[in-house]
Design a protein around this ligand. Structure first.
Ligand SMILES: NC(=O)C1=CN([C@@H]2O[C@H](COP(=O)(O)OP(=O)(O)OC[C@H]3O[C@@H](n4cnc5c(N)ncnc54)[C@H](O)[C@@H]3O)[C@@H](O)[C@H]2O)[C@@H](O)CC1
Ligand SMILES: Nc1ncnc2c1ncn2[C@@H]1O[C@H](COP(=O)(O)OP(=O)(O)O)[C@@H](O)[C@H]1O
Ligand SMILES: [Mg+2]
Length: 281
């Protein structure tokens, strides 16, 4: 197994691009987040707010109709497009060209949603982050993985990873299988765990931030919003994954003295993104 590259501040500063003074929202990047279903619109509320707080200029969400008022009320900075269906996504349509797309958080796995994902993947050429139910759907339809743009970012937690690559008998085998999967499909795999590893073919990155406060609902949905935002800001996919995971963990390290492990929630990741950026100098 290749020795991991340790991702500490020095590795981040090689990749981090401070904001240009004369930038504007039109060049800061437009992120599109697709997902949500009845009862899981919160995943999109969290992801879209995280995307804005990570610095892209514009964020649009595509959600089932039941998400419209929720998102317009909770996140007024976010633009909202809706599916024709009330409770789940059935046909993904939008009339602009986003710089990056994140798909899957809270999306559910209805058959009609699976078909909508397939049609979307066939048409799409924009850089992608794939999370949660979109990963689960791909696990059941492995042939669709070949349609993805190269360097698409997958963000599985251990159970989602197992659904994609099958069971492993040792840590070593888990890495071998993930590396083989990454190479076969030319994907970047964010192996979310404690710690999180990022696999890019034979290269392994080991993140150094984060703690058990992150073991709470929605922190993964937030990470998807953050990585999609960085992709929209023209970071290379590998840099968006590395920087996103690092900043996400750093929010928990910064908040811990005030929240403790137990009371930290996904919204606390979002409210500490600013401090995480400031600590980069
Ligand atoms: N507020 C919201 O709307 C929320 C929506 N969510 C969405 O709900 C859907 C279901 O996601 P889930 O992840 O809960 O369901 P999954 O069935 O994918 O994952 C849950 C299973 O994975 C295991 N697991 C998770 N993390 C693990 C780890 N680090 N090590 C070992 N096992 C681990 C759990 O024990 C459990 O058996 C997704 O679409 C997700 O985006 C969740 O993110 C929760 C919050
Ligand atoms: N004990 C832990 N230490 C560090 N990070 C953790 C820990 N538990 C969970 N995380 C992080 O929290 C996030 C959880 O993501 P995920 O399981 O997809 O949550 P959700 O789907 O509820 O949003 C991942 O980034 C994971 O690495
Ligand atoms: Mg998740």
């Amino acid at each position: 197994m290749p020795t991991p590259i340790i991702v500490a501040k020095i590795e981040i500063l090689k990749r981090y691009k401070p904001i240009a003074p004369n930038t504007h929202k039109g060049i800061q990047g437009h992120a599109l987040l697709i997902g949500g279903s009845y009862g899981k619109i919160g995943a999109m509320v969290l992801g879209s707010k995280a995307a804005l707080k990570t610095g892209c200029g514009l964020v649009t969400v595509f959600v089932p109709k039941c998400g419209y008022e929720i998102l317009q009320t909770t996140n007024p900075e976010v633009m909202v497009l809706t599916d024709v269906q009330e409770k789940y996504i059935s046909k993904i349509e939008y009339d602009f060209t986003p710089k990056a797309i994140g798909i899957g958080s809270g999306m559910g796995q209805e058959i009609i949603t699976q078909n909508a994902l397939h049609a979307f993947l066939i048409a799409n050429e924009i850089p992608l982050v794939i999370d949660a139910d979109a990963l689960n759907i791909l696990s059941q339809n492995k042939g669709w993985i070949s349609i993805l743009p190269t360097k698409t970012i997958f963000t599985p937690h251990p159970k989602e990873l197992e659904r994609l690559i099958g069971k492993w008998n040792s840590n070593r085998e888990k890495f071998e299988k993930t590396i083989a999967f990454s190479k076969l499909h030319q994907l970047i795999i964010v192996m979310k765990d404690a710690p999180t590893f990022i696999i890019n073919g034979d290269t392994i990155y080991e993140n150094t931030t984060g703690n058990a406060a992150l073991a709470t609902a929605g922190t993964g949905d937030v990470l998807t919003g953050m990585i999609t935002s960085l992709l929209a800001q023209s970071y290379e996919p590998i840099d968006a994954a590395i920087l996103g995971v690092y900043l996400h963990g750093l929010t928990a390290d910064i908040a811990l003295p005030e929240t403790g492990y137990q009371s930290f929630i996904a919204s606390d990741v979002i409210s500490n993104i600013g401090k995480a950026y400031l600590s980069l100098g």
